[in-house]
Design a protein around this ligand. Structure first.
Ligand code: ADP
Ligand code: MG
Length: 437
């Protein structure tokens, strides 16, 4: 595998399956003409090239830097357009890539606030107004695609505009950077880099769980920065207390400032987000289409962008207006695509494994507390993630009929509202399952 492919594989982790297969997967890296300062990819057609350029340029450049520690210029083009002349021209024309790894469209203005995220929003917003003084560190946690990175980078962009030296990195990139410096015996540079910044943003900090050396290193970075009042913002998919394999001293430090959670968006917030995204991406959608998309998308906001790009690309390719019927068609495919290979067996097996119970027990008529708990979670997730009907669910879980399933689902929905642990467990297992599919 070459570096160009490596980078796309990293990108794959950060976008939806359908965005990947529809666009990114089609890129071909040109090993021959690319070099340390220029990465060239071929796209199958101009539309895709344009789309990828507008949406992923920053991300791809960033991932090159993660991999090679070098800033590249990026060229996404059609194969027939490549000549020595055109390559030269690009190199001459492209400005040196700026230092920022922040996505410029991740701003507070572009962030839609609703009940589900207003606490986190308020926390990040006030930190952005008083770096290092209010909550240090600020720890934001919540499920996938709920806007953690967006919020964190919004603060980053504010700081950067003030001329502060902002480092944004994920904990995995932090780890890779660390390992590279260890290997090259340049640890002094590493320490310099991270301890001399004004603001440190580390995304998805949960990945340092169970990794002792990087925790040790991060601990010292943390102490050095916080000691001199430099702002630290962290995000994770769970509360510091629930991050497995995290040293006690780090866990307690993560809670020193403020811990704020983000919940899945309510319908109105989803609608506002879709409106905003369609405005940003210049995809015109009527009110009924926006409402429809909002009801179909569960909670992961990232999917919204995938859907918009798909709607946009299809309507352009087929030269048709985006109307409701068209949208429904595209979304049908989207829903099926995203969890197409998920079966009730896969789901129930994962639940069984997570809860240390046998699959057959979940499907049995056993009434012990553990079993009922596991069964509820399985039923709920199967309903959420597969196309199975209530009668099919009833049959699979050995229940009398669809009314029995419907009662169970009602009960589960009540529990989700009142029992935070139950809700968290469902989210956690759902995340694991969707990661497999
Ligand atoms: P996370 O880091 O929590 O997984 P991201 O911050 O990457 O999620 O968000 C996923 C996508 O959804 C991004 O494109 C982001 O801009 C968008 N998004 C999430 N929440 C909001 C919101 N409240 N308003 C506008 N866009 C949002
Ligand atoms: Mg994120």
């Amino acid at each position: 595998m070459n570096i160009g492919e490596d980078v796309l594989n990293l990108l794959k982790e950060e976008i939806t399956e359908s965005e990947y297969s529809r666009y990114i997967k089609q890129l071909v890296y040109d090993c021959e003409n690319s070099n340390d300062h220029l990465a060239i990819y071929y796209a199958p057609n101009a539309l895709i090239a344009k789309w990828i350029k507008s949406k992923y340029t920053q991300k791809i450049i960033h991932l090159f830097e993660v991999k090679t520690d070098l800033k590249v210029n990026l060229m996404i083009t059609l194969k027939q357009n490549i000549t020595t002349e055109s390559v030269k021209k690009v190199i001459q024309e492209q400005k040196p890539v700026g230092h920022s790894l922040l996505n410029p469209s991740h701003t507070f203005n572009n962030f839609m606030v609703g009940g589900s995220n207003q606490f986190a929003y308020a926390a990040v917003k006030s930190v952005s107004e008083k770096a290092g003084e209010l909550y240090n560190p600020l720890f934001i946690y919540g499920g996938v695609g709920l806007g953690k990175t967006h919020l964190m980078q919004s603060a980053g962009n504010v700081f950067q505009d003030q001329g502060k030296n902002v480092i944004y990195t994920t904990s995995e990139q932090f780890l890779n950077d660390f390992l590279r410096h260890v290997r090259n015996q340049t640890m002094e540079n590493f320490k310099d880099k991270y301890r001399k910044c004004d603001v440190l943003l580390i995304d998805d900090i949960q990945f340092i769980g169970n990794k002792e050396r990087i925790q040790e290193e991060f601990f010292h970075t943390f102490e050095a920065l916080r000691g001199v009042g430099k702002q630290i913002i962290l995000t994770a998919d769970k509360h510091p207390k629930k991050i497995g394999g995290l040293e006690a001293r780090l866990q307690s430090r993560f809670e020193w400032g403020l811990v704020a959670d983000i919940q899945p968006p309510e319908l109105e917030t989803k609608i506002a987000i879709i409106e905003k995204k369609s405005e940003i991406n210049k995809v015109k959608l009527s009110k009924d289409i926006i409402n429809y998309i909002a009801t179909v998308i569960d909670s992961n906001v990232r999917e919204i962008e995938g859907i918009l790009s798909k709607l946009h690309a299809y309507s352009q390719l087929m030269n048709v207006e985006i109307d409701l019927a068209f949208t429904k068609n595209i979304l049908k495919e989207h829903v099926q695509e995203s969890h197409a290979n998920l079966t009730m067996d896969t789901i129930t097996q994962t639940v069984a494994k997570e809860l240390n119970i046998k699959l057959s027990e979940i499907k049995s008529k056993g009434r012990s507390k553990n079993l009922v708990y596991a069964r509820r979670i399985s039923i709920y997730i199967c309903r959420e993630l597969t196309q199975n009907t209530m009668p099919q669910l009833a049959q699979y879980f050995g229940m009398k009929d669809h009314t029995a399933i419907s009662h169970t689902l009602k009960k589960i929905n009540e529990l989700i509202k009142t029992d935070d642990d139950f809700k968290l467990k469902i989210e956690e297992i759902t995340n694991k399952i969707t990661a497999i599919s």
